[in-house]
Structures are given as structure tokens and as C-alpha cells.
Design a protein around this ligand. Structure first.
Ligand SMILES: [Zn+2]
Ligand SMILES: [Zn+2]
Length: 419
């Protein structure tokens, strides 16, 4: 039976065969034990941002073993695999997986727990690598498509700006692509289900560091001081009004003050102190407003207490905003590849951030979530239960390797149909 769907213009008419799925799954099933072993090998050897040398060479070796052309050393440890379709064509897409681990002490005791102290694949990037490797292997063997698929293995998603660094080193110039796609496992979403939405799906992440300088004095002689403690305390409260009083209530944002550092003795009014915090938004105009208000409140409140403020507002990653047309395309790929009840379009965006956002500023694309199962602490055994990302008991569920790979393969075949 053929599933036919039409998206917008004629060029998007797609014909996807149910038979494809059986064929894809049979092959992925045959490879499952091998892929699972590789995933667990990566899990037990986690590497931090830009230090993913072992991971990177494992990816390179496997791609080459499967006769896939490889470009490596992009942003130090980044790897791109180039899979050409049987039919040559100018069209191309990028499929991206991140590959770094977290500076976190793993508390799992299973056989594939981290062998490195204070390094852990606590975000499932080991699984992301394997979902994409399995898809790359399949697409290289069954390259019945027109154009090129670039499989992008990116370093330093958790910190360090791996996506930006790959782009700065010519990712989209060396490998010109029409669109780019991402996927993250998501504990709390049922195992093997998908979450997808157009527009914002992850927040921007930003920090501010405010220094308030006053005049120190003896604690018994406040009249000789310009007390930064009082200014900082007032400012901490005033900053709480930015989200509640300045933002349109239907906008989403978080402003959290996470550090107040001032003073060192009970009988000394200090000369200066700092206030540090984090801001998350789903839209850039909301971020613009928050940055403006943080600066205004800091300068004026400090001045009101005879102090001076310096504000360093740092924008890290922008919000991850899916492009409408690509999100609709991916939704249709999911609907033609999985059961209707396995696809969740009513998800709410997360206020966590993702540096794939930088790629979506340059190229159309879509980032989705794949369910890693119920959000519970693991019991005995492993790989069958799930807990939150960045939790010291987290583990990627190996069953997702073939589910995620099926999505990647179906997406590539749908996006690059034969002419
Ligand atoms: Zn993470
Ligand atoms: Zn992650």
C-alpha cells in the first residue's frame, strides 16, 4: 500500500511505500546487537566538549568501513559523512547528531557505566550518534535517492559552542545543503514516540553578571558608606518585576537570580558586590526587552543608592525555532512512518536550550524529540527505564537506535526523491 501525501507545492509531492518500512526495520534489526554494543561502548567512554577524539575516530572508522566518504577535524573533533544518492542532483540535506558528554559523576552501576570519573553521557548523545550512524549505514547501502545526505557529528553541544564552531569552519560552505535536521531523546515522552511542533521548541540561554560598586565603611558607621549590599538587595527584587510587569503575559521567559556575592565580614560594609543570573526566552524580541530592562534597573537602582553598576549581559544560544514548512514536512514523514498515536504535536516548548538553534538561523530545518520513556528512576537492570536528562542515573534506551534511524532514513528518502 502506498501512502501519498502532498505538501504545499507540487515539488513536495511525495510517495512513500509501506514496504520501505519493513525493509528498513529488517535491516536495522539485523544490526541491532552491533549498534547496541557500540552505543554502550560510547556510554562507557564519555568525552567532554572538543575532547571527543575517541568518539570521533570511532565514527570515522565506522563510516569508512561502510564506504562512506568522511571529512573530519571540523571544529577539532567534528565529523561529516557524505552519502551520495544513486541519482546525482544538486539537492542536499544535513542530519545532525551531537556527541559530547557532561562533567557529571555517573551513579549507574551497570556494565557500561562511565569508566571516567566525573564524565558521563547524561544527555544521551551516545544514543544520538548511534541513531545517525545506523541511518548513515542504511542510506549508504540503499542510496536510492537523488542528491546528497550529509551526516553531521557535532562536538561540544553542552558547552563550548560546537555548532557555531563547525559553521565558522565552513560547514555550510564545504557541504552546501538546503535544510538541516536535528533530534534529541526526551525522557518523559513515551518510549519511541515523537514530539514535534513548528516555531520555538527550545529556549534561548543567556546570563547576566552585574557588578555594583559603592563605598565601604565600618559596619557601625553606615553614614560613611554607599552600601552596595542594600543596592544589590533592592536590585534582586526589582529584577523579579521584568517578567511579571514588563513582558506581555502571553510571552514565555524565565529570569532567575542564581548568585549574590557581597561582603566578607560581619562588621564591614563592603565596597562592591555582584549579582548573577540566567535568562531564558522563546523569542528574540522578548530577550531584547529583558536585556534592556536588566540594564536600566541595574544602572538606576545602583545610582539611587550612590553606587555604580556595570552589566555584562551574555547571549549564549538563541531559541531553537523550527521552520514551519520543514516542521510540516517532518510531521508528514513521521505520520507515514509511525503510528498516529505515537506522534505528539501538542508538546510545550522546553526552557532548556540547544545549540542546533544556530544552524536553524542559517538553514531551514526542524528539530524534534524522540521519547526515551517514562520519567522514573532506573531499577535493577538497565536500558529499559529512563530518568531525566543530566541526571546521574540517566541512560539512553537502546531500543531507540532503530526507531530514530528509521526516522532519519525515511526523512532523507522523502526529502531527496528520485526525479
Ligand atoms: Zn544536555
Ligand atoms: Zn543533549
Amino acid at each position: 500500500m502506498d501512502h501519498v501525501f502532498t505538501l504545499g507545492t507540487e515539488r513536495h509531492n511525495l510517495r512513500m511505500k509501506a514496504m520501505d518500512i519493513v525493509e528498513i526495520d529488517q535491516t536495522l534489526d539485523e544490526w541491532h546487537e552491533e549498534m547496541k554494543a557500540l552505543r554502550r561502548d560510547l556510554h562507557s567512554h564519555p568525552e567532554l566538549a572538543f575532547e571527543e577524539h575517541r568518539t570521533s575516530s570511532l565514527i570515522k572508522d565506522k563510516l569508512e568501513q561502510w564506504h562512506i566518504e568522511v571529512a573530519d577535524g571540523i571544529a577539532l573533533t567534528g565529523v561529516v559523512g557524505i552519502i551520495r544518492g544513486r541519482q546525482t542532483g544538486a539537492r542536499a540535506i544535513g542530519l545532525r547528531a551531537d556527541m559530547d558528554a557532561l562533567p557529571l559523576k555517573e551513579e549507574n552501576t551497570f556494565a557500561h557505566a562511565s569508566v571516567h570519573a566525573n564524565k558521563m553521557h547524561g544527555c544521551g548523545h551516545d544514543g544520538h550518534v548511534l541513531m545517525l550512524l545506523a541511518a548513515a549505514r542504511f542510506l549508504a547501502l540503499h542510496n536510492d535517492f537523488c542528491g546528497t545526505v550529509y551526516v553531521i557529528f557535532q562536538p561540544a553541544e553542552e558547552s563550548g559552542g560546537g555548532a557555531q564552531k563547525m559553521m565558522a569552519e565552513g560547514l555550510f560552505d564545504r557541504f552546501p545543503m538546503d535544510a538541516v535536521f536535528g533530534m534529541h531523546n526526551w525522557p518523559g515522552l513515551p518510549l519511541g514516540h515523537f514530539g514535534i511542533k513548528p516555531g520555538p521548541i527550545m529556549a534561548s540561554t543567556n546570563s547576566f553578571h552585574i557588578t555594583v560598586k559603592g563605598k565601604g565603611a565600618h559596619a557601625a558607621m553606615p553614614q560613611l558608606s554607599n552600601d552596595p549590599v542594600v543596592a544589590i538587595a533592592q536590585l534582586a527584587l526589582a529584577l523579579q518585576t521584568v517578567v511579571s510587569r514588563n513582558l506581555n503575559p502571553v510571552s514565555s521567559a524565565v529570569l532567575s537570580i542564581t548568585q549574590m556575592n557581597v561582603g566578607s565580614a560581619h562588621n564591614v560594609i563592603p565596597a562592591a558586590g555582584t549579582l548573577v543570573g540566567s535568562v531564558r526566552t522563546l523569542a528574540v524580541d522578548v530577550l531584547d526587552l529583558i536585556e534592556k530592562r536588566v540594564k536600566e534597573l541595574s544602572l538606576t537602582i545602583a545610582e539611587a543608592f550612590g553606587c555604580e553598576a556595570q552589566v555584562n549581559f551574555v547571549r549564549n544560544d538563541p531559541p531553537t525555532i523550527n521552520h514551519d514548512e520543514e516542521a510540516e514536512f517532518c510531521l508528514q514523514v513521521l505520520k507515514s512512518s509511525f503510528g498516529e498515536n505515537e506522534i505528539h504535536t501538542d508538546i510545550e516548548p522546553s526552557m532548556a536550550a540547544e545549540d542546533f538553534s544556530w544552524m536553524l538561523l542559517k538553514k531551514p530545518g526542524c528539530y524534534i524529540w524522540i521519547g526515551n520513556g517514562a520519567l522514573t528512576q532506573p531499577g535493577s537492570g538497565h536500558g529499559t527505564m529512563s530518568c531525566a536528562l543530566h541526571n546521574s542515573h540517566y541512560d539512553f534506551n537502546d531500543q531507540l537506535i532503530k526507531v530514530g534511524a528509521r526516522y532519519w532514513v525515511r526523512l532523507a528518502l522523502a526529502k531527496l526523491p528520485n526525479q
